[in-house]
Design a protein around this ligand. Structure first.
Ligand code: SF4
Ligand code: SF4
Ligand code: SF4
Length: 301
């Protein structure tokens, strides 16, 4: 390990939640993936926003991998790579997401010395199931004796090495630049012909209010005058659209499948009650949303 790397390894940063957290975007977000991923119970909600207790945080990196919108900042713990093999050391088991990223970076073998723990094996086997759905060969296991001196790269170095700007690291030594680049964990960009989530829309409920389109940070939803396009390729399953939709018209499930785009026609109609033009996804609709709501209110009373 070079001097620069040793210095980087010696740095510690407290983990923190960034403004990109879905709870900063809407109080209706129900996401608590980081809280659920933390085995040390170091994350809790304070005034509706997740907050990390640095005294309890062990910097295991699980919350970084769990967050769908890369809103947890921090540095992953040490991970070792040797000859394009991920070397199993310690108890920090990588998440499926992390392994899928390594895979696309050319690390397709897992090397271990002696026994492979149940947790490591489970994570790798679960990842292999996803790789199968993605049409990729699985990770292979190598049981071999490890020589400490031959270990070449830690996980932190590994992520640094992926950056094109790695060559100019020396001139970019501001601490913020040394932080793990969360964007590296966006699976969509590594597997462009697949999607990791499925978005479904109940057209009979949607009022085309555009709230979902406005809040989706990955621009998966696009509503124009003549169509509602749902493109789940870059959907990270943050569920924010589902949580904020006032009509409960959207459903997002985590599921690997071939990339497909759903293009739903939007039609312009004349409201039979008020006579105004209105947009709808249902060809047979005769009444605009405000008139429909007014009618429902009157029916209740
Ligand atoms: S996982 Fe990410 S988006 Fe969800 S609550 Fe935690 S920081 Fe916010
Ligand atoms: S799906 Fe929900 S949030 Fe999106 S436009 Fe339709 S009603 Fe509005
Ligand atoms: S489509 Fe919904 S669940 Fe997917 S990234 Fe956008 S807001 Fe999140």
């Amino acid at each position: 390990m070079g001097l620069l790397s040793l210095w980087a390894e010696s740095l510690t940063y407290e983990y923190e939640i960034l403004k990109s957290c879905t709870h900063h975007k809407s109080p209706r977000s129900k996401c608590k993936k980081c809280v659920e991923s933390c085995k040390s119970n170091a994350i809790s909600f304070v005034k509706g926003i997740p907050s990390i207790n640095s005294e309890q945080c062990t910097q295991c990196g699980d919350c970084i991998a769990a967050c769908s919108v890369q809103a947890v900042a921090g540095i992953f713990p040490e991970r070792t790579v040797k000859n394009h093999r991920l070397v199993i050391t310690g108890d920090q088991v990588p998440s499926i997401k992390e392994l899928l990223v390594y895979y696309k970076k050319g690390i397709t073998e897992i090397a271990y010395d002696g026994e492979l723990s149940v947790h490591w094996r489970k994570s790798i086997e679960d990842t292999n199931e996803i790789l199968h759905l993605l049409g990729e060969p699985p990770f292979t296991f190598m049981n071999e004796k490890m020589e400490e001196a031959t270990i070449e790269m830690t996980r932190r170095e590994l992520f640094f090495s992926w950056k094109k700007e790695a060559k100019s690291l020396v001139v970019k030594m501001a601490p913020a630049k040394w932080r793990f680049n969360q964007e590296d964990l966006q699976l969509a960009k590594y597997y462009p012909s697949h999607q990791f989530a499925e978005i479904t829309l109940d057209t009979s409920k949607c009022t085309l209010c555009k709230a979902c389109e406005f809040l989706c940070h990955h621009k998966c939803l696009n509503i124009s005058d003549d169509s509602f396009i749902l493109n789940a390729q870059s959907c990270s399953a943050c569920h924010l659209c589902e949580d904020i939709c006032p009509e409960k018209a959207l459903t997002v499930i985590e599921k690997v499948s071939a990339h497909k785009i759903l293009n739903l026609p939007v039609v312009t109609k004349v409201c039979s009650t008020c006579g105004q033009n209105f947009k709808t996804l249902i060809e047979s609709d005769e009444v605009c949303v405000p008139c429909e709501k007014r009618k429902n209110l009157l029916d209740i009373h």
